[in-house]
Structures are given as structure tokens and as C-alpha cells.
Design a protein around this ligand. Sequence first.
Ligand code: NI
Length: 201
Amino acid sequence: MDERIIISKIEDYVATLFSKDATGHDYYHMKRVATVARKIAIEENADIFISEAAGWLHDVGDRKLFDDPNAAKQDMINKLTSWGVGQEVIAQILLAIDDVSFSKGHVKPVTLEGKLVQDADRLDAIGAIGVARTFAYGGFNNRLIHTEEKQEQATATIQHFYDKLLLLKDLMNTDSAKRLAEERHRFMLEFLQQFYKEWDC
Ligand code: NI
């Protein structure tokens, strides 16, 4: 099957899986990650099809989002096989996806495609979209936006900027992503400055 047709099949499949998500991991997150992964793949001379496919599919089987991660992954493999994607290509897509999620266990990605999909996923966690997704995720998990109670500050959403989001700029794997991260990082600093200004009235 033609690669463009396979990508559109993947897109439809992802739309059915993530259309109802309210945690910031919705269809449009997958779409942005796939689009940015494709752009970075072109700049970094990586495999474009594997990068884009892995971008679309990178959250399939994520433990936060699926009750049965293994069944979700197997279903994805079955779908790709039924569309005529070769076993070797599927293995490379899976490797790239695992590279993204291995980041959660603090292991560095090994494939270039894994590195750049991880970058695309991290870029979507920062900037204006990152701000929106962070508060959506916090609300979904019953977290406070911010608080003046010292003991509760650690679990409020604003703290997540300092624990993770402001660190991501320096964790990008590719030069393309490092460049893209600069503007988004600056925006978050401006956002926080304005946030505290309004908080203190
Ligand atoms: Ni993601």
C-alpha cells in the first residue's frame, strides 16, 4: 500500500482511539506530534514515514491512557500488518515508540527516529499548547492550579513547570528541536511572570 494511504489509515485509527480524551492526549496532540516529527525528520535526514507513523502512534499503549497497554499495542500491530506494512518496518516504528516512552524511565532513545519523535512530543508539552495541556491534565487529575498553602504547592499544576516543563528545552535530542524549543520556552517564562502578577493583583 502507498505510504500516504497508510498514514491516512493510521490517522483514522488514532482518531477513534483518542477522540474523547480530555487529559491533553487527544487526537490533535497526536496530529501535532506527527506533523512536527515529519518536519524534523526531513531536516535531520531521518526516515520520514517511520517518524510520522511513530508520531501518530506514540501514545498507543501508554499506561496512563490505556487499561490494557499490551492489548492496545497488539491491536496496533495487527492494524499495521493488515494495511500491508512490512514486519521490519513495524519493528522500527515500535522501536521509535518505545524510545519515546522509555524516556519516562530515563533511558535515552537509541534510534534517530525515536529521538526526534521524543523531541516532537516534548515540544508539544511546552509553549502555549503546553500551558493549555498542562492545566487540562491537572484538572483531569483534580489538581489545584496554584495555592498559597506551602504543603500543597508540590502537587499544584504550577509546580509542574519547575519540575519538568522548564527543563525540557535543554533535553531536546536534535538541533531542529532545540531551535523550535527556544520560542516556546520564552513564552512559558512570560506566562509565569504574568500569572504571578495577576495572582498578586
Ligand atoms: Ni504524547
